[in-house]
Design a protein. Structure first.
Length: 303
């Protein structure tokens, strides 16, 4: 069993290291070919979608093949608070079909209704929250969407995220405790730490539901300063609140050991949005890869 698990774990990266979806001016002049070639050079087996990726499988497929890199997954902006289940399923079809065509079996799913994480003028205290009635409706609807995706062979990986309606540990707990088993969890170590939670505690509590992992580290002094000023999310990013694993305050070994106990099989994805003009992308990507590889080996998740 351990050999099977080790063969199923792959290390990927998000292109945020080179170019930012929420703030496109970051890395605006960096071509997709640089993102892909440097990701491969740093050691990564796969990459997630970003704003410079073509969204036609017959176009993107050959590009990925040329760089010998797999498609890990890609962010989907859900508006299930406003849409019906049928309308949401219709809205996600293009994204779903792209993932399936290129061999990805997990969808990064985030509720963005009234979100503020892309607004540099909006302090994080203004982020949206759900009423109890909205929660009760939402958990039923997202379970139906997840069940549909499961029928298509794709796992729904819910991405808790700063500036959205599901941000805190308590909100993640409610989501997991009140939805069906097909609603998987994307454990994002950086976002839950930013939100005041504990990544290891979340991993232990919801280990069986984790289907995807985003690894980014936190610079505690930058975080504290931005929380004190009630800064906008992107302003915190620009000031360097996030960095790659091994360069901040999060200890990943016990998190990986927790994943090992439940036989986690899937991607471990480095994701650290920084200003590429300050944080040289290849340098940080390589540093993050080496840290992840070392700790995944120590945890027994890879050989």
């Amino acid at each position: 069993m351990s050999d099977l698990i080790m063969n199923k774990i792959k290390i990927g990266i998000n292109p945020l290291t080179w170019t930012n979806d929420d703030l496109p001016s970051l890395g605006a002049d960096t071509p997709l070919s640089v993102c892909l070639s440097e990701a491969k050079l740093a050691g990564f087996a796969g990459i997630e979608l970003g704003n410079k990726f073509p969204r036609q499988a017959d176009v993107l497929g050959p590009i990925l093949e040329e760089h010998k890199i797999e498609l890990v997954s890609g962010w989907y902006s859900a508006k299930l608070m406003e849409r019906s289940v049928d309308d949401e399923i219709e809205a996600l079809q293009d994204h779903l079909n792209l993932l399936k065509a290129l061999g990805s079996n997990v969808m990064v799913f985030a509720e963005v209704t009234h979100c503020i994480h892309g607004d540099q003028a909006a302090p994080l205290s203004q982020r949206p929250k759900m009423t109890q009635a909205q929660w009760q409706e939402y958990v039923g609807k997202i379970t139906q969407v997840a069940d549909y995706l499961a029928e298509q062979g794709v796992k729904l990986a819910y991405h808790h995220h700063m500036g959205t309606v599901i941000e805190t540990a308590d909100e993640v707990d409610f989501l997991m405790e009140n939805t069906g088993k097909n609603v998987g969890l994307l454990l994002d170590t950086g976002h839950i730490t930013f939100a005041g939670g504990d990544a290891l505690a979340m991993a232990k509590k919801h280990a069986e539901r984790i289907v995807h992992v985003h690894c980014k580290d936190i610079r505690p002094n930058v975080l504290k300063d931005n929380l004190n000023r009630d800064s906008a999310f992107l302003n915190a990013v620009l000031e360097g609140v996030y960095t790659v694993p091994g360069d901040g305050s999060i200890d990943y070994l016990p998190i990986f050991e927790t994943l090992k106990t439940v036989g986690y099989q899937g991607w471990i994805v480095l994701e650290a949005e920084q200003d590429p003009a300050i944080a040289h992308p290849l340098t940080y990507a390589t540093k993050g890869y080496e840290y992840l590889e070392t700790n995944l080996k120590a945890a027994g998740l890879i050989a």
